[in-house]
Design a protein around this ligand. Structure first.
Ligand code: GLN
Length: 547
């Protein structure tokens, strides 16, 4: 049976709970334990799939096709453990399960209440797969005191109470604000936030205190005394230069030791931190720099393309260069020539996206990269843009476009080289969809295989001809145009194993021009950079050698 670590936050949001959880997971692995990380989100959306990236950052997709919170991306990047559908839950999903059971009559006519019905549903979720792992780390979204979070906190209270002693601990993150006027760190908000936890029957075993200034020993002792934790379980968390420093920084601060102490695990197995030392060495000692333009739509909010930003960093680490990614709004290219904007870059990436806005600018960026022989990586919509660009400018189909934009506009304006797929095969069953289906859950989601053409650029990059990558899209490149496009130099170098769905295109004779229908960024890790990102950055670095 797993030991449980519940991770909560107080005082303010955005304290880096997800990162602390992920780093703790990595440290427990370094000590030889298996871990699984889970996110419990109090909001009422059933999943983040339909939330705007402006609102909630990127949607992270798991192998088994769940659309989850971007924190699951952190978990995977730090632990390498593939997240599953059952690693993320929201109040919306919990309530929807409870209501479904109520309609089915599963509760035998009882009055349905938050306690016990909702809390039981949460506890059932917590227990899933517990026999498979040494430690289950469960992060609760939001901060203690949020109205939506209460059922989760109550469920955790019951859960801890029902388990044998010593099997569950609670780690709480808070902020120590610094008052410049008096030159002091203030502990009162932390005390209040711990009181808030205590008032609902929970007591932290480990306190992680974010602070912009060093925490003096006497403040640490004061926090320990007032918050009823051991002084060595008050862990300072200072700002870091890179998120990948978190495992080593938290280790130095004593986090993993404090957690093992709280469980009474003695002697604690020695950690092997070479993986993270190597990661840090690569990040802190780059031998050069490359500039990559990311031409997309959701450019105001950094979190909207979180995994892409991280995968580029990993690609840099693979080549010991620093990647400077700049986000450019593609709509600019609809009014202005892209050349003066893109000249400064050694590579261009067009990421995924939905809807027509900004797509003409992305098509121009794809054309610029193709014609100027600049490395280009098109991801999902970025691949579709590359195909439309080639159809228009190489194959002479001047009105080539995507059915997605016609559907959105309610008018037929394009020859659809990208069309809405109605039916496809997943594993050994057929999935079908109708136009006008719900927006949530109607995408081709999760891991699918692709067969790569031997001798193609991608086969060389991956070093294999069979890959598995994660998808999140509705529209597909139409194979009707395959022969015509191939005769113009666009190679369909990766297809679904049944040969029906194009997965990868590349431009013949171009130093590096690849479009992929899937999201390689979701599988990249700092200690295992994704081959496409590693080689894309390598190609970009080689361009910089030419100039
Ligand atoms: N909007 C496109 C589709 O649904 C691309 C999706 C994406 O980039 N994730 O097919």
């Amino acid at each position: 049976m797993a030991r449980y670590i519940f991770i909560t936050g107080g005082v303010v949001s955005s304290l880096g709970k997800g990162l602390a959880s992920a780093a703790l997971g990595a440290l427990l692995q370094a000590r030889g334990y298996s871990v699984r990380l889970r996110k419990l989100d109090p909001y009422l959306n059933v999943d983040p799939g339909t939330m705007s990236p402006f609102e909630h950052g990127e949607v992270f997709v798991t192998d088994d096709g769940a659309e989850t919170d971007l924190d699951l991306g952190h978990y995977e990047r730090f632990t390498g453990v593939s997240a599953r559908k059952t690693d993320s839950i929201s109040s919306g999903r919990i309530y929807s399960n409870v209501l479904e059971k109520e309609r089915r009559g599963d509760y035998l006519g009882k009055t349905i209440q938050v306690v016990p019905h909702v809390t039981n549903e949460i506890k059932d979720f917590l227990r899933i797969g517990e026999e498979e792992t040494d430690f289950m780390l469960c992060e609760i979204g939001g901060t203690v005191g949020d109205i939506e979070g209460l059922p989760f906190f109550e469920a955790i209270r019951q859960f801890i109470h029902e388990r044998p002693r010593g099997e569950c601990i609670l780690m709480h993150l808070t902020l120590l604000p610094y008052l410049a006027a008096s030159g002091e760190l203030k502990t009162k908000p932390t005390q209040h936030s711990v009181k808030e936890l205590q008032s609902i029957g929970l007591a932290p075993d480990v306190l992680v205190c974010r602070s912009e200034h060093p925490i003096p020993e006497r403040e640490r002792e004061k926090i320990a005394l007032f918050c009823n934790v051991r002084a060595d379980a008050v862990i300072p968390a200072y700002d870091l230069k890179t998120i990948y420093e978190a495992p080593l920084a938290y280790h130095r601060a004593g986090l993993d030791q404090a957690v093992l102490n709280a469980f009474g695990i003695e002697p604690a197995p020695k950690p092997n931190l070479t993986r993270w030392e190597d990661v840090m060495d690569r990040i802190t000692n780059p031998e050069g720099e490359v500039r990559v333009a990311v031409v997309g739509k959701y450019t105001q909010l950094e979190d909207a393309y979180k995994s892409i930003a991280e995968a580029l960093t990993h690609g840099g680490m693979a080549n010991r260069v620093k990647v400077r990614a700049e986000w450019i709004d593609s709509e600019i290219f609809e009014k202005e020539d892209p050349a003066p904007h893109l000249e400064r870059f050694q590579a261009i990436l067009v990421p995924g996206g939905f809807g027509e806005r900004g797509t003409e600018g992305k098509i121009k960026a794809a054309r610029y990269a193709r014609e100027k022989q600049i490395p280009y990586l098109g991801i999902c919509l970025g691949m579709q843009m590359a195909v439309i660009e080639a159809a228009r400018n190489l194959a002479g189909l001047s009105d080539a476009g995507s059915e997605e934009f016609d559907h959105e506009a309610g008018a037929k304006r394009f020859t659809p080289v990208v069309y809405l797929l109605k039916e496809w095969v997943q594993g050994n069953h057929v999935v079908a969809r109708k136009l006008g289906d719900d927006k949530g859950g109607t995408m081709r989601l999760g891991a699918y295989d692709a067969a790569l053409v031997p001798g193609s650029k991608v086969a060389e990059v991956y070093g294999t001809t069979r890959i598995e990558e994660r998808h999140r899209h509705r529209y597909e490149v139409d194979t009707q145009f395959k022969d015509k496009l191939e005769s113009c130099g666009l190679v369909f170098s990766g297809m679904s194993p049944d040969g029906r769905l194009p997965e990868i295109v590349e431009v013949k004779g171009h130093p590096w021009y690849i479009g992929v229908q899937f999201h390689p960024e979701l599988k990249s890790k700092p200690f295992e950079p994704h081959p496409l990102f590693a080689d894309f950055v390598r190609a970009a670095r080689d361009v910089s050698r030419l100039v």
